[in-house]
Design a protein around this ligand. Structure first.
Ligand code: HEC
Length: 193
């Protein structure tokens, strides 16, 4: 057998690799994978209660329902909340009619804007930021703790593939500009200061 000079062999591998990268069928395969991911993410979001808390609720003809024109945009910036009611006895929490503001022993938390708006939503987040937030229960994996009632303890059981699919779906949503307020400390903590 004739020996192929090493240089030619390397060139051959390089050309094959280049063709593999730019081959249209391959590119289409990647696009399909992404489309499948987005579909799977939509399914997971719709079955994992994200809309219950991250989509503002409104009064509809059959009672309260999530306002899908503002899907997953978090606590509406124009809905200012008065101080939460004083809770006693076995009552430990209260929530807004929009389902986007929650009072409890942790203070008041406001649900985040999950749409891809770069300034007020997850537009600048990477898949990694998202996965690390859910895995660690800390903002982007290293910031402040994510407060209740965000069900971190439940969602950290998602696989990486599930979380990637959820993130791909969230990034495919129309971006909604809505700046969610920072959480408020517990009333007792404020009084003690
Ligand atoms: C029971 C209510 C509830 C449900 C259900 C819920 N969330 Fe949240 N989520 C919250 C609240 C409240 C916050 C804000 C917490 C804070 O400010 O610390 C939040 C924050 C977040 C954040 C932002 C974290 C950060 O550090 O900026 C992400 C991302 C998120 N939720 C994703 C999701 C996804 C995806 C789902 C569905 C799989 C979901 N949430 C379901 C209540 C909820």
């Amino acid at each position: 057998m004739k020996r192929i000079p090493l240089e030619y062999a390397i060139l051959g591998v390089a050309v094959a690799a280049t063709l593999a990268v730019v081959h249209p069928a391959r590119a289409q395969g990647a696009a399909e994978r992404t489309a499948d991911q987005v579909k799977r993410g939509q399914y997971l979001v719709s079955t994992s209660a994200c809309h219950d808390c991250h989509t503002p609720w409104k009064m509809g003809p059959k009672g309260p329902e999530p306002d899908m024109t503002r899907a997953l945009s978090g606590h509406p910036e124009n809905v200012a909340m008065p101080p939460p009611p004083k809770l006693e006895g076995p009552w430990v929490g209260a929530m807004a009619a929009t389902m986007t503001a929650w009072a409890g022993p942790w203070g008041v938390s406001f649900t985040a804007n999950l749409t891809p708006d770069p300034e007020t939503g997850l537009g600048k987040w990477t898949k990694r930021n998202f996965i690390e937030t859910i895995r660690t229960g800390r903002h982007m994996g290293r910031g402040r703790e994510v407060l209740p009632p965000m069900p971190i303890a439940v969602y950290r059981n998602f696989t990486d593939a599930d979380l990637e699919a959820i993130f791909s779906y969230l990034q495919s949503l129309p971006a909604i500009r809505n700046r969610v307020p920072e959480p408020l400390p517990p009333v007792d903590a404020v009084a003690a200061k």
